[in-house]
Design a protein around this ligand. Structure first.
Ligand SMILES: Nc1ncnc2c1ncn2[C@@H]1O[C@H](COP(=O)(O)OP(=O)(O)OP(=O)(O)O)[C@@H](O)[C@H]1O
Ligand SMILES: [Mg+2]
Length: 419
């Protein structure tokens, strides 16, 4: 009867189908957790050498001696975080077994967000409570220093994505942290700094750099062949037998290695491809799923990059988009600047100078979002002609979700004066 009623109303509620599917066992995934970004793999193919290096540097801690500070760098997705977490976990277990006053503390500076949060996480590691806000950074630093000096703890602290800390707040705190052991009658700290910004070292005061990088470990991008091993290892645990072929894994590895050997990208490709296959009700992940996944991820990256531009960058982009959509014959810097000013006026924000707008256009060109070439217009001199390099639907999507700009998408274009 119930069945009949549902049918009478036309189509079945799409949610019941969705829920039923989610409750039945996946024919693709054995364990999807294994492909999640925060999963810590037990095996790290092609990184045992790095694990051993970091282990050698930190091993004095098990004998109660302070290890050297280490600076680890390498491009994104090269296994830096995975290696540090693996080594910390092993050492932690050993420290507990030997009953040592030894702590391994992991802080991701980007996730923590502010210098204050990083410092309060350091305090928390020594059971010192710090209010969410209200204290000065100097005060939080003092509390941490006092607690460390009063204790007998040897603290090995990983400051992951350490460049975020310095970019947002300068290197003063880092300077103080590298000096924190001075005059301590008790506790000591070593720092494992990690960064994927290869220019980071140049941002540091030489004194900070030299104490932070008493030791250095470099992580090179993976080759496609190495990525195949990494993916195969994960695929065994993540998928049912026969779901993912060698060819699919090789394609993921090759696509990820084309830019630089980034294991995160390779794993994302495999995961998204498998999700697409599952949604389609396919029994196996095919190469076409991988190619589709590549498109999905690429779009996500464009969206991410554009929606996080600073406000004036987004306004310039909107102006270019509007000129293109309005079919302005020649989208010149002048036309863009004119429309940029229209948008600024509608928003009630002060426009930047031509020069700044021109350099924003150059930045967007460097990012690959716009392309521009210099053309000569006889007596009007030379100007740049600008074209959009990203799909307009993708841009629309960015603007529709932009709190500041979503109401201005339809703003009409007026021709620049004198054109
Ligand atoms: N050798 C490896 N074996 C297995 N999985 C790996 C290996 N290297 C990296 N991975 C996996 O790839 C993903 C990215 O690695 P990780 O987070 O360690 O990169 P990262 O170098 O810290 O990158 P970022 O600089 O962006 O923080 C993680 O899911 C990690 O588990
Ligand atoms: Mg990392």
């Amino acid at each position: 009867m119930e069945e009949l009623q549902r049918k009478v109303g036309g189509a079945e509620d799409p949610l019941s189908e969705l829920i039923r599917k989610s409750l039945t066992r996946s024919s693709i995934f054995r364990n999807r957790e294994v492909l999640r970004a925060d999963y810590i793999p037990g095996n790290l193919p092609h990184r045992w050498e790095h694990v051993r290096r970091l282990g050698e540097i930190l091993v004095p801690s098990l004998k109660g001696m302070r290890p050297s500070n280490v600076f680890i760098y390498g491009k994104t997705g090269t296994g830096k975080t995975a290696v540090v977490k693996h080594v910390f976990k092993k050492f932690e277990e050993e420290a507990a077994r030997l009953n040592l006053q030894l702590k391994f503390v992991y802080i991701n500076c980007r996730v923590a967000g502010t210098e204050y949060r990083v410092l309060s996480e350091l305090c928390a590691a020594l059971d010192v409570k710090v209010p969410f806000t209200g204290l000065s950074k100097a005060e939080v630093m003092n509390r941490f220093r006092n607690a460390l000096h009063r204790s007998e703890v040897l603290m090995v602290t990983c400051l992951d994505e350490i460049d975020h800390l310095v970019k947002s707040s300068g290197d003063e705190s880092l300077y103080q942290l590298t000096r924190i052991n001075e005059g301590s009658p008790g506790g000591l700290m070593s720092i494992v700094g990690v960064s994927n910004d290869l220019m980071f070292k140049e941002m540091l005061d030489p004194r900070v750099l030299s104490s932070l990088s008493e030791e250095e470990i470099v992580f090179h991008p993976y080759t496609a062949v190495e990525l195949v091993d990494i993916l195969s290892e994960r695929a065994k645990a993540a998928f049912h037998d026969g779901v993912v072929s060698e060819g699919v894994i090789q394609l993921c590895a090759a696509l990820a290695a084309a830019e630089h050997g980034d294991a995160r990208r390779a794993l994302d490709l495999l995961r998204v491809a498998a999700e697409l296959a599952e949604r389609e009700g396919a029994e196996r992940v095919e190469e076409r799923h991988v190619r589709a996944a590549f498109g999905v991820i690429e779009q996500g990256r464009i969206y991410e990059a554009l929606s996080t531009l600073p406000l004036h960058g987004r306004i310039v982009l909107l102006a270019v988009y509007q000129c293109v959509r309005a079919g302005v014959q020649k989208v010149t810097t002048g036309a863009v600047y004119n429309q940029y000013r229209n948008v600024c006026a509608a928003l009630g924000v002060e426009p930047l100078t031509d020069r700044r707008v021109s350099s924003i256009i150059s930045e967007l060109t460097m990012m690959g979002v716009l392309s521009s070439d210099v053309v000569s217009y006889g007596r009007y001199g030379r100007t740049r002609r600008i074209a959009l390099n990203v799909p307009t639907e993708e841009l629309e999507n960015v603007f529709l979700n932009d709190e500041a700009l979503s109401n201005l998408i339809e703003l009409p274009v007026s021709e620049p004066k004198g054109a």
